[in-house]
Design a protein around this ligand. Structure first.
Ligand SMILES: NC(=O)c1ccc[n+]([C@@H]2O[C@H](COP(=O)([O-])OP(=O)(O)OC[C@H]3O[C@@H](n4cnc5c(N)ncnc54)[C@H](O)[C@@H]3O)[C@@H](O)[C@H]2O)c1
Length: 327
């Protein structure tokens, strides 16, 4: 049994707590938040102990692992602090907000099991698309495009205390809402060769420092990939990823996979559990978290280990270096 603590008891932490509570291999023993009412509510719901900071928790408890559900800028330093005490780390995305932070994660991951919550890698339609590409069923990949068009308004930023600022969120729609899609593109196409990125703040000028929209021309695994993400839309539309292969076009949208060939269109749907949190967070957290603990128990590399997120993190930071100047 893995004894686990959650650091940061806000929105996504509720999903982590529910998953840890359901998994037979894990026990949620403690949680921490600088807002005592949040840690208190989680502790009451799951019968664990509440603390006002990660340090206070780690001084009093000896968890096997911590889940970092804190604001972006805290992931890498908290991972290092936990790893220094020999505690495994499962971190929410993004892994880092700067190149300087990467060294902290390398240090942490050298000491303890470390994983990042890119849960969409576990989506059945993504795994099926990867299989079709790997087995060459429809020939070689030629190119792709991806759209993330969501809605975020001023209260989303104002009420959090950390979103919308370079120092604490590290960026906007790219590092937060669409990093999952960028990561899936890297998983599907392969390593980044080149990026040309533009960023703009269309609808929240003066309200947030960071971009609400990013567009990029990427070369991934030798293929051109067009990437567009915005939080200036009027609703949270399903994310769309399209893969152009020699003999088919594959389209991933919500939980489905559409395969368009000269013979027509086949739509494959997959059984997925109901989302534990907001629909646009997807359904992958249970599979991703369960696999993290299985990998630790079996002493095998975790699919979302540090090495596996390096290309995505590096590409994201490159895109900020290119696009931030335009804001
Ligand atoms: N994987 C996903 O699909 C997904 C979805 C949503 C959020 N996230 C990620 O989860 C993280 C948290 O996002 P959220 O939406 O839950 O944010 P949130 O603001 O709702 O929660 C963050 C919590 O961390 C607490 N906190 C801040 N500083 C702290 C500190 N020093 N010590 C302890 N607690 C502290 C805050 O009080 C807050 O309760 C972010 O990195 C975000 O990108 C991932």
């Amino acid at each position: 049994m893995f004894r686990v603590a959650i650091i940061g008891c806000g929105g996504i932490a509720q999903v982590h707590a529910a998953v840890l509570n359901n998994l037979p291999e894990t026990e949620l023993i403690a949680c921490a938040d600088i807002r005592p009412e949040r840690a208190g509510a989680m502790a009451e719901k799951y019968g664990c102990r509440a603390y006002a900071s990660m340090d206070a928790l780690l001084d009093a408890e000896t968890p096997d692992a911590v889940h970092l559900c804190t604001p972006h800028y805290l992931h890498a330093p908290m991972a290092k602090a936990a790893a220094d005490r020999g505690i495994a780390v499962f971190s929410e995305k993004p892994p880092v907000i700067s190149r300087e932070q990467w060294a902290l994660l390398e240090d942490a991951a050298a000491k303890v099991p470390f994983g990042v919550c890119f849960q969409n890698r576990y989506n059945p339609n993504v795994e099926e698309a990867k299989r079709l590409i790997r087995e060459g069923v429809y020939g070689r990949l030629l190119g792709g495009r991806a759209f993330v068009t969501w809605k975020r308004e001023i209260p989303y930023y104002r009420d959090s205390g950390w979103r919308g600022a370079w120092a604490t969120e590290g960026g906007g729609v790219l590092i937060n809402q669409s990093i999952h899609t960028l990561d899936l593109l890297v998983q599907l196409f392969g390593a980044p060769d080149r990026a040309e990125t533009h960023m703009v703040n269309h609808h929240l000028k003066g309200a947030i420092e960071v971009e609400d929209t990013v567009e990029a021309y990427l070369i991934l695994g030798g293929c051109p990939v067009l990437f567009y993400a915005t939080t200036a839309y009027t609703t949270d539309a399903p994310v769309m990823i399209e893969l152009h292969l020699e003999k088919a076009v594959l389209r991933l949208e919500s939980d489905a996979l559409e395969i368009r060939t000269g013979d027509g269109t086949e739509r494959r749907t997959f059984e997925v559990e109901a989302a534990l949190g907001k629909g646009y967070w997807g359904t992958g957290h249970p599979a991703c978290i369960a696999d993290f603990y299985a990998s630790v128990a079996e002493k095998r590399p975790f699919r979302n280990n540090l090495a596996s997120v390096k290309d995505t993190a590096d590409l994201m930071l490159t895109m900020y270096e290119q696009g931030r100047a335009g804001l």
